[in-house]
Design a protein around this ligand. Structure first.
Ligand code: APR
Length: 251
């Protein structure tokens, strides 16, 4: 059960703040039917990330990598934004959210309407040929003929997501660092805060003097160390109620 006073507290913090940034993780999309990575039923229970999610597996054992990738792709193609995604889009429209740094590769923040989204781990919306660079939408991939080959040169194709063993795109890293170090409030939503360098963003915000608030049914390594408080509950429900509460506050 979500604590009503924590909802009101977060709405007041959002109203007071002037440079708000969100860091979102897989928990943001659980209510859209996309499995998270860790915890019960998580993707990493089914597939060892270092085995299936590593760039070397995609390079040298593509058929194996595409077993997991096609699973993820099928879930993402069916998924729609949930009320939490729409609440963040509303916050941006209200001028109360500068940017979302997302670890997710499902593209749902864009679909919900947020314009300033930093895709820290890239995305699964398109794939690129590892030989000639030809890029096509993932929806064009025939998931029954794996591993997919480039339609231009028959080379191996790679989703435009960041795999284990790959560097974070420098533009995403720099923009995220800039947003985290200049915000006065960071909302950390649906992430276990265990994977770096994404998980260093709340520390950067905290060290720059920002208030860090978590939205998550469970505590994380940030709780009680970096975050001022945690609103325990599902992101969709919590964010929708925070925006409703924010709108009811006197201007
Ligand atoms: N609302 C909010 N949070 C939720 C919900 C929900 N409905 N359901 C689960 N959570 C929380 C879990 O408690 C957990 O803290 O979401 C978090 C999901 O954690 P992970 O599965 O570890 O996902 P994430 O933190 O995004 O992982 C980071 O690890 O494997 C890599 O590249 C992958 O981007 C991913 C990164």
């Amino acid at each position: 059960m979500v604590n009503e006073s924590e909802i009101a507290r977060l709405a007041r913090d959002i109203r007071k703040a002037s440079r708000i940034v969100a860091l979102s993780g897989a928990g943001m999309s659980v209510e859209s039917g996309i499995a998270s990575f860790r915890g019960p039923g998580g993707l990493w229970e089914k597939y060892d990330p270092e085995e299936y999610g590593h760039i070397n597996t995609l390079r040298y054992e593509p058929a194996k990598a595409w077993i997991m990738l096609s699973d993820m792709q099928r879930e993402i193609l069916k998924a729609k934004p949930n009320k939490g995604h729409y609440a963040l889009a509303e916050l941006e429209r209200m001028g109360k959210l500068r940017a979302i740094i997302t670890q997710n590769v499902d593209g749902l923040h864009h679909v919900a309407g947020n314009r300033d989204v930093i895709e820290f781990h890239g995305h699964l919306q398109s794939v690129s040929c590892m030989d000639c660079g030809h890029r096509v939408p993932s929806a064009d991939i025939d998931l029954d003929k794996l591993p997919p080959r480039c339609s231009k040169c028959s080379g191996p194709v790679k989703p435009d997501a960041v795999f284990f063993g790959e560097a974070i795109p420098s533009d995403a890293l720099m923009r995220s660092h800039r947003e985290a170090s200049t915000c006065d409030l960071m909302l950390v939503i649906g992430t276990s805060a265990m994977v770096y360098p994404a998980a260093s963003m709340p520390d950067i915000a905290h060290d720059a003097g920002a208030r860090v608030v978590e939205i998550n049914p469970s505590e994380t390594p940030l709780t009680g160390r970096i975050s001022a408080y945690i609103v325990k509950g599902p992101a969709g429900d919590v964010l929708e109620r925070v925006v409703q509460q924010l709108k009811s506050l006197p201007a």
